[in-house]
Design a protein around this ligand. Structure first.
Ligand SMILES: Nc1ncnc2c1ncn2[C@@H]1O[C@H](COP(=O)(O)OP(=O)(O)O)[C@@H](O)[C@H]1O
Ligand SMILES: Nc1ccn([C@H]2C[C@H](O)[C@@H](COP(=O)(O)OP(=O)(O)O)O2)c(=O)n1
Length: 268
């Protein structure tokens, strides 16, 4: 197990689809010099591998048996995050409608979650040991993957706002109308929230931010402020405990000095 650098910060950002997790997490990590991990991309990558290797994505047993086969590697530079599967760049193929429609079924399989969760924890531990920390975004980061994260954020937004954001992204690519996007989004949220293993959920100690009426810049600013507040609280605590230790030291020195003084006095 790697040891975290004293000032490293781990930020967990969870929430349903289209609430702004990826855009916010990337920007916050870039602004604060942290690494960035898109855990949804990892579940998409394993789903893409299952599809391209002929595994029936409606068969949890077949998925469980194959889960350990693909090698998934995530690059955590927020300016250029990457994802490869068996050495192949998967960043394009994981965003197709086919993968999007099957990812909830694949990510509900416990064997898949165990493997991907272990991978996520090792990436976070490395970022805490070798960098200033990391922003990890997904569905179960604050509840399951990193329950000891320094800061947990849960992003929400109305289904209408989320669908409008998503269909804005799709326009011109795989044109989807607003109603169909909204339906698909609600269906995926229900599957992700309703699964048995590690469902999409807000951690009890997460800060909830409703992004419906906020611009992306406002959300980024809000999260940056929360991280900075957390860091200064931690720094004040460290300073306090160091002062406590040095006061203990000087109290110890004082009592040693008076003990010496009295010994000297007795010797005279
Ligand atoms: N507060 C916001 N207001 C308007 N658009 C937003 C906001 N947050 C994110 N977006 C846009 O919505 C889309 C989905 O955001 P994304 O970060 O991918 O969400 P998530 O990762 O939660 O699915 C992106 O095109 C993004 O630019
Ligand atoms: N920590 C996570 C992250 C994603 N997933 C699953 C559930 C999600 O529907 C899919 C895809 O996640 P992704 O974040 O790419 O989804 P968006 O389309 O960006 O909302 O992966 C998960 O089960 N646990």
């Amino acid at each position: 197990m790697e040891t975290a650098a004293p000032s490293a910060v781990i930020v967990a950002i969870d929430g349903p689809s289209g609430t702004g997790k990826s855009s916010t997490s990337k920007a916050v990590a870039a602004k604060l010099g942290l690494r960035y991990l898109d855990t949804g991309a990892q579940y998409r990558a394993i789903t893409w591998w299952m599809i391209t290797n002929g595994v029936d994505t409606d068969d949890p047993q077949a998925i469980a048996l194959a889960a350990g086969k693909p090698a998934i590697v995530s690059g955590t530079d927020p300016a250029a995050p990457t994802i490869t599967v068996d050495g192949l760049d998967a960043s394009g193929p994981i965003r197709t409608q086919e993968v999007t429609s099957k990812v909830s079924a694949v990510s509900a399989v416990p064997e898949v979650r165990t493997l991907i969760t272990d991978l996520q924890r090792s990436i976070a531990a490395e970022a805490a040991a070798e960098a200033d920390g990391i922003v990890v975004e997904g569905r179960d980061i604050g509840t399951t993957v990193l329950p000891d994260a320094d800061l947990k954020i849960f992003l929400t937004a109305s289904a209408e706002a989320r669908a409008a954001r998503r269909s804005g992204e799709l326009r011109g690519k795989e044109a989807a109308d607003l109603a169909a996007t909204r339906e698909a989004l609600i269906k995926r949220d229900a599957a992700d929230s309703g699964r048995k293993t590690s469902p999409l959920a807000k951690a009890g100690d997460a800060v909830e931010v409703d992004t419906t009426e906020l611009t992306l810049d406002q959300v980024i600013e809000c999260v940056v402020t929360l991280v900075e507040e957390r860091r200064s609280r931690d720094a004040a605590q460290v300073e306090g405990s160091e002062r406590g230790t040095s006061e203990e030291h000087s109290a110890g020195a004082e009592s040693r000095r008076s003990a010496t003084d009295s010994t000297e006095r007795r010797a005279k």
